[in-house]
Design a protein around this ligand. Structure first.
Ligand code: CUA
Length: 275
């Protein structure tokens, strides 16, 4: 419909252009000769003002009528055995929460061939979930939950990047989806749940690498943010918790909304900086 309308306008405008080029060509007149001066063409001016308004209003109305149907037309939304993953966009990382409590940072694991339903949220500013090979972009907007479905048919790692400028480390807000055969996924999923519940998983390192390292470096050596090595705060777990949950002068509240599991895993991992 939109192509039909804009296509007709294109043909009309380009056709008129060609007609005018031919009809009003030079014909040996002097280049400095002035054409007749014309004043007042109210009817013509009304037509070329009102016609575009009518056309644009028609296009907007058409889009607004069709918009809700685009979401509902998603055939996967009917799938009942979807794997539901909560996608939390934060300055400046993605946190993934699975139905059995497993948490992943920046790297989402999914089984191949199964519908994955994402509940996309944000706590701070607008981010945009975007793995180009697996569906389009979808915004993470504070105060609302957006949904996106995808199915990864081939095993492999699909890379992406936050698609909405969200602050000074936006360019480092990466995401990837690792699709694996269902059997491998299920065994990882069950093992990881147990490891995270008992505190033996690498959730602390994963959180540090995905969240803290963006500004403080992978060794805590300092980059955009200060050096963490030997910082006295690592002797006071409660002070770290407060800083992570509330943020600091330049530091976003990266840990707002974390479960105790993730918070404790990170604090255990960062003991190495106490010196
Ligand atoms: Cu998050 Cu850009």
């Amino acid at each position: 419909m939109l192509i039909a309308i804009t296509g007709a306008i294109f043909v009309l405008v380009e056709g008129a252009l060609i007609v005018f080029i031919v009809r009003f060509r030079n014909r040996g007149r002097s280049r400095t000769l002035e054409g007749p001066q014309i004043h007042g063409a109210r009817r013509l001016e009304l037509i070329w003002t009102v016609a575009p308004i009518v056309i644009l209003v028609a296009i907007v109305a058409f889009v607004l009528v069709k918009l809700p149907g685009i979401d509902r037309a998603n055939p996967a939304s009917a799938a009942s055995n979807s794997l539901v993953v909560r996608v939390e966009g934060r300055q400046f990382y993605w946190n993934f929460v699975y139905p059995n409590g497993v948490i992943q940072v920046e790297r989402m694991r999914v089984p191949t061939g199964r519908d994955v339903k994402l509940d996309i949220v944000s706590d701070d500013v607008a981010h945009s979930w975007w793995i180009p090979a697996l569906q389009g972009k979808f915004d993470a907007i504070p105060g609302r939950t957006n949904h996106l479905h995808f199915t990864a048919n081939k095993a492999g790692t699909y890379k992406g990047q936050c698609g909405e400028f969200c602050g000074y480390e936006h360019a480092h807000m990466f995401a990837s989806v690792e699709a694996m055969p269902n059997g491998d996924f299920q065994s990882w999923y069950a093992k990881e749940a147990q490891a995270q519940a008992s505190g033996t998983s690498d959730l602390g390192k994963m959180t540090f690498d995905g969240v803290c390292a963006t500004c403080h470096g992978f060794q805590g050596q300092g980059a955009f943010g200060p050096n963490l090595q030997g910082n006295p705060i690592f002797k006071q777990p409660d002070a770290i918790k407060t800083l992570l949950r509330d943020g600091g002068i330049k530091m976003p509240a990266v840990g707002r909304g974390w479960t105790d599991r993730q918070m404790n895993a990170l604090i255990a991992y960062t003991k190495r900086f106490a010196g």
